[in-house]
Design a protein around this ligand. Structure first.
Ligand SMILES: *Cc1c(COP(=O)(O)O)cnc(C)c1O
Ligand SMILES: [Zn+2]
Length: 483
């Protein structure tokens, strides 16, 4: 076997570490929140320092070599096995094609509009069309490990979702053995038709709760506290680990050089931004990268508890307050009480300790900016979802505020595929946004299909006459001239 195909020998010693009371728990059990104090966990590898015996340069070579692997267990996010979940065996790793999503540089025309070089990392090109697959690949691989170790033949997985978590959970559960059942709990009418269709197609049990995501989360927590179920929300720290792969891939894409890079990430439940910061910090600790990028969280004014917290300059004056959300086109980030807030604080402090106060910032954008930015990006060759539009709006806002300079460049996270949230584009084009969204479409951006010829005319004409009449109409609609 070659280096690229060889499954790593290294095994970590993972422990849950409570960010509230510092208690530690063995990973042989599924924990979500601390039994002592109720806070969230992060997973730590007690053997991590052993990885430092390998130089940054050697790690870069190992990960670069694995780009050419023919081994399924190393093709996806587990290319970076040693860095995030080195407790699974080769045959326990699930690979459904997640990870390795492309970073697409913006066109010169789009860069001219903003004055800053941008690129999108298209995490919508994951199998269920959002970044959630990264976390699920890790969480389900770990469920495999647990089932093997404990000889369990049945497990019920549950999650509350703004749409994409359930699509991902249902997809991975449907790939697993018979005994793995998936239940997803959605806010009734608050997920897109595509997101509802996904878990149904994967055969999951889909339950709807009237209200918003925060209500679903409370129901799921009640279940996890009282029954034997595997909770797949981002309280599940195995998901956070898998999502670190985003940071590793960004670093590798730029050949491990992140100087003057700004990473823009939408914040909902705050799991993704947590994972991305944690990932960059690991690379930095192992000297795989020598510069941390700057990280910008972005929130809509309709769901902005993290922005509000960090908008207070003096850290001693800051106080975390959940907010009541208003309807947002960045629906997957429409969360008023983010579960991972303590994790953000934890990693933001570490980021700032290394990179200074400007290493981590949060900006706020309007719904209008989100829609306008998304349409701007997508009319220049991108495939951003509304949350991706939120990132672009965040970049424009950061520029306005003087938080980013023209010597820097930005990587924007399109967390899902454009098509999952396409209904918002329709609302914009058709000018039928409900007032609560506070979006007024710019009619010059609207695009709609035009009919070339009436179907009723077809019956009156021969096939050939009909085609030539249709072509004639196209010529006049486009004002074409003969060559
Ligand atoms: C889940 C999700 C988010 C929010 O991510 P968090 O980890 O909850 O902050 C953003 N965009 C999309 C498309 C999502 O599915
Ligand atoms: Zn605790």
């Amino acid at each position: 076997m070659t280096l690229a195909n060889e499954f790593p020998e290294y095994r970590g010693k993972m422990e849950y570490h409570c960010l509230g009371c510092n208690a530690r728990y063995d990973v042989n059990e599924l924990h979500y929140t601390c039994p002592e104090c109720g806070s969230v966990f992060i997973l730590e590898d007690l053997n991590f320092d052993e990885l430092k015996k390998t130089s940054g340069k050697e790690w870069r070579e190992i990960f670069d070599a694995r780009c050419a692997t023919k081994n399924d267990s190393l093709r996806g996010i587990f290319r970076f096995y040693e860095l995030f979940a080195p407790v699974m065996e080769e045959n326990e790793i699930l690979y459904l094609g997640e990870g390795n999503t492309p970073i697409v540089a913006s066109s010169p025309a789009l860069n001219d509009v903003t004055g800053i070089k941008t690129a999108y990392k298209n995490d919508g090109q994951n199998p269920s069309a959002s970044f959630k697959d990264r976390g699920m690949a890790c969480a389900f691989s770990y469920i495999n490990t647990l089932m093997n170790k404990n000889n369990w033949d049945e497990i019920l997985t549950v999650c509350a979702s703004t749409g994409d978590t359930s699509a991902a959970a249902a997809l991975y559960a449907s790939y697993m053995k018979e005994g793995v059942k998936s239940v997803v709990i959605l806010p009734q009418g608050k997920v897109t038709p595509q997101q509802l269709a996904q878990p149904l197609g994967s055969g999951a049990k889909v339950l709807e709760v009237p209200g918003v995501f925060d209500d679903c989360m409370k129901v799921v927590e009640n279940l996890a506290d009282n029954y034997r179920v595997a909770l797949l929300n981002s309280k599940n720290s195995w998901r956070i680990l898998g999502q670190e792969s985003y940071a590793f891939e960004v670093a590798q894409w730029y050949d491990w050089d992140l100087k003057d890079k700004c990473i823009f990430v939408p914040i909902g439940n705050a799991g993704n931004i947590t994972a991305i910061m944690a990932g960059f910090l690991k690379l930095y600790e192992l000297e795989i990268i020598t510069d941390l990028p700057r990280v910008f969280g972005v929130q809509s004014a309709h769901a902005d508890p993290v922005y509000r917290y960090y908008s207070i300059e003096d850290p001693n004056e800051r106080e975390y307050q959940p907010v009541k959300v208003q309807p947002s086109v960045a629906q997957a980030a429409m969360i008023g009480n983010p579960v991972s807030f303590p994790r953000v604080k934890h990693f933001a402090e570490k980021f700032e300790a290394i990179g200074g106060k400007k290493a981590f910032q949060v900006v706020q954008v309007s719904e209008q900016m989100i829609m306008d930015s998304m349409l701007l990006a997508n009319s220049h060759g991108h495939i951003a979802c509304t949350q991706g539009g939120e990132c672009f709006a965040g970049l424009i806002r950061a520029k306005e505020l003087g938080l980013i300079s023209e010597n820097e460049s930005a990587v924007l996270d399109s967390t899902a595929h454009q098509l999952k949230f396409i209904g918002f584009q329709d609302m914009y084009y058709q000018n039928d946004f409900p007032a609560e969204y506070e979006v007024t479409p710019d009619s010059t951006r609207a695009n709609k299909p035009e009919l070339v010829i009436e179907g009723s005319e077809k019956e009156k004409m021969s096939e050939a006459a009909y085609i030539s009449k249709a072509a004639e109409n196209v010529v006049s609609m486009l004002g074409l001239e003969k060559k």
